[in-house]
Design a protein. Structure first.
Ligand code: NDP
Length: 286
């Protein structure tokens, strides 16, 4: 029988120990770790996500400050705000919600966040550090997958891990995290993407399959082998319901372990953002 991973339970457990660490930090340093979230424009998905972040901060006893800018904000105005937040010793971590209005250069903005406050790990310096195997922060979604695998004792060493997706937010940093020379990493990897010929040829070889595509149920029953471990990062809305990248019901009796959607990786992601914020706060007091 497949083991179905309860991401909500894991998120709650991580949050409980994190909250205790945050409270210790506040007692010791008399500073509350604080996350500043910058949002430009009125993108509904972004507004919703920011609300979720505010809740996560509250649950972890981390301070939260929202900077809402109108969509006509210029790049220079945004850069000025980020510069002020970079210099503000009361702000531990900064995230700039994307997508930004079209006239703003997203890369330039992401590069302007001080690497020591870059809790989303979007700054190229932090991505570079991760690529060299010396990460300062881990990007939150692949960090959530890594944490989940550790807690469920899913060992990638000696197995074949196949990642479908190579985005800078999920697939690519996921591969870099699993390539690290450390416990729960040391992976042997195949990375697939939209230009991969015969995707199922590769997915069928996976001992561990991580799907981060954004295409509802693209991974079908005949594309996986018996006993595979499946981590489904995909979140796709179909007729008002959330579904993953894996045809969950079809594969269930074939897999050994699987993360459901919703309730798998998703709930853990924001807790990892909180973990990064506490880490960033530590840099300001040392
Ligand atoms: P992107 O669209 O940025 O990347 C998708 C990746 O999938 C690309 O590398 C793309 O290839 C690849 N791809 C697309 N079509 C195919 C195909 N037919 N066969 C093989 N590979 C394909 O998405 P993200 O990485 O940002 O997100 C992926 C999924 O994860 C989404 O469903 C998203 O909602 C979800 N997500 C969930 C989070 C959470 O749970 N907290 C957080 C972030 C994302 P190419 O590079 O060639 O274009």
């Amino acid at each position: 029988m497949a083991k179905i991973i309860d991401g909500r339970k894991i998120a709650k457990e991580i949050n409980e120990s994190l909250k205790a660490k945050v409270e210790d930090f506040i007692k010791k340093h008399e500073i509350t770790p604080k996350l500043a979230v910058v949002i430009a424009g009125e993108d509904p998905a972004s507004l919703f996500y920011v609300k979720m972040i505010a809740k996560s901060c509250e649950r972890a006893s981390i301070g939260f400050e929202k900077y809402s800018l109108p969509s006509e904000t210029t790049e220079e105005e945004l850069l000025k705000l980020i510069d002020n937040l970079n210099k503000n010793k009361k702000v531990s971590g900064i995230i700039v919600q994307v997508p930004l209005p079209e006239h703003i250069n997203q890369e330039r903005i992401q590069e302007s966040v001080d690497p020591s406050k870059d809790v989303d790990c979007f700054n190229p310096i932090n991505m570079g550090r991760l690529a060299l195997g010396k990460p300062e922060f881990l990007p939150c979604t692949p960090y959530a997958v890594y944490e989940l695998m550790k807690r469920e004792n899913i060992v990638v060493e000696g197995k074949h891990t196949v990642i479908v997706g190579r985005s800078n937010i999920v697939g690519r940093p996921m591969s870099l995290i699993l390539l690290q020379k450390k416990q729960y990493a040391n992976a042997t990897l195949t990375i697939c993407h939209s230009r991969t010929n015969d995707l199922s040829y590769f997915t069928r070889q996976a001992d561990i399959l991580i799907a981060a595509v954004g295409k509802p149920e693209i991974i079908k029953r005949d594309m996986v082998k018996e006993g595979v471990v499946i981590i489904d990062v995909g979140t796709n809305e179909v007729e008002g319901k959330l579904v993953g990248d894996v045809a969950y019901n079809e594969v269930l009796d074939k897999v050994s372990v699987i993360t459901p959607v919703p309730g798998g990786v998703g709930p853990i992601t924001n807790v990892m953002l909180m973990q990064n914020t506490l880490r960033a706060a530590g840099k300001l007091v040392n």
